[in-house]
Design a protein around this ligand. Structure first.
Ligand code: AKG
Ligand code: FE2
Length: 251
């Protein structure tokens, strides 16, 4: 059983529902991120090993065992959360061009949390060295990838920046893209997928019924500036997602 203190709070879960992502700053032992960086550089020198990156860099298991990372995954996907077989080391070399906006895979077309992306950065990420960029709230917007790929900068897009050891956990459907690496050093991002294995029957986070009012307040906020129609639609979809997570009628 995971210690409750490592689980997300009601407000954090409500924020995830609203924005579609949360950043976890994992404090790995001294030298851990640097060692992963070097091992990823060796593993991808030549052909990218694809899903085999976990066998090539077994230290990556430690990332998802970290109490804060695992606590966030349990909070969003339940205690029996499962690691998916697909994973990838995303290499963003100096001088790269930015990627088009996209949703990974075929988006899921439901309004629940069934799969998340967990993106681990083994080096500091700044706006200079090619951060992943996300658009808050877009996990509710299923859109053809060939259309969103034509969009350039979106007002209120958020670059995922943070110190080495940052893990961005996002809803599978969030719009995202790698941005241009303007630095002189390769940026690595290790993308893992996690799946829900069972339906929620009760909150799997550090739920406190006294915090429900605050959580509901968060669910009503705008993820980014948007029209009234989108705001009403998203507010309804968030409540659906939240009620599903609560697993009962008194949500
Ligand atoms: O490298 C990144 O920051 C994102 C890459 C990505 O989202 C993808 O290739 O699907
Ligand atoms: Fe992607």
């Amino acid at each position: 059983m995971i210690d409750k203190q490592h689980l997300l709070s009601d407000e954090e879960v409500a924020d995830f529902v609203c924005k579609g992502y949360i950043l976890v700053n994992a404090d790995f032992p001294q030298g851990f991120n640097e060692a992963v960086y070097d091992e990823c550089a060796r593993a991808t020198d030549g052909e990218n090993p694809g899903d085999a990156i976990l066998d090539r860099v077994p230290k990556l298991h430690e990332v998802f065992k970290h109490e804060k990372v695992f606590g966030a995954l349990v909070s969003l996907l339940g205690e029996d959360v499962q690691m998916n077989n697909h994973r990838h080391c995303h290499v963003n070399p100096p001088g790269s061009r930015s990627q088009g906006w996209h949703q990974d895979g075929t988006n899921q077309r439901h309004h629940q949390i069934r799969t998340v992306l967990a993106m681990y950065y083994p080096q500091d990420v700044t706006t200079e060295n090619g951060p992943t960029v996300v658009v808050p709230g877009t996990h509710f917007r299923n859109a053809p990838t060939d259309r969103i790929a034509t969009y350039t900068n979106i007002k209120e897009q958020v670059p995922v920046v943070g110190p080495a050891g940052t893990v961005a956990i996002t809803h599978y459907d969030i719009w995202h893209a790698a941005s241009r690496n303007k630095s002189d050093k390769t940026r690595f991002m290790l993308k893992f997928l996690f799946n829900r294995a069972s339906e929620p029957t009760a909150p799997s986070w550090n739920h406190d019924p006294a915090r429900l009012g605050a959580a509901h307040g968060r669910l009503g906020q705008r993820a980014i500036a948007c029209g009234q129609t989108e705001h009403y639609t998203e507010r309804r979809l968030r409540r659906e997602m939240w009620n599903h997570l609560m697993g009962n009628a008194s949500a």
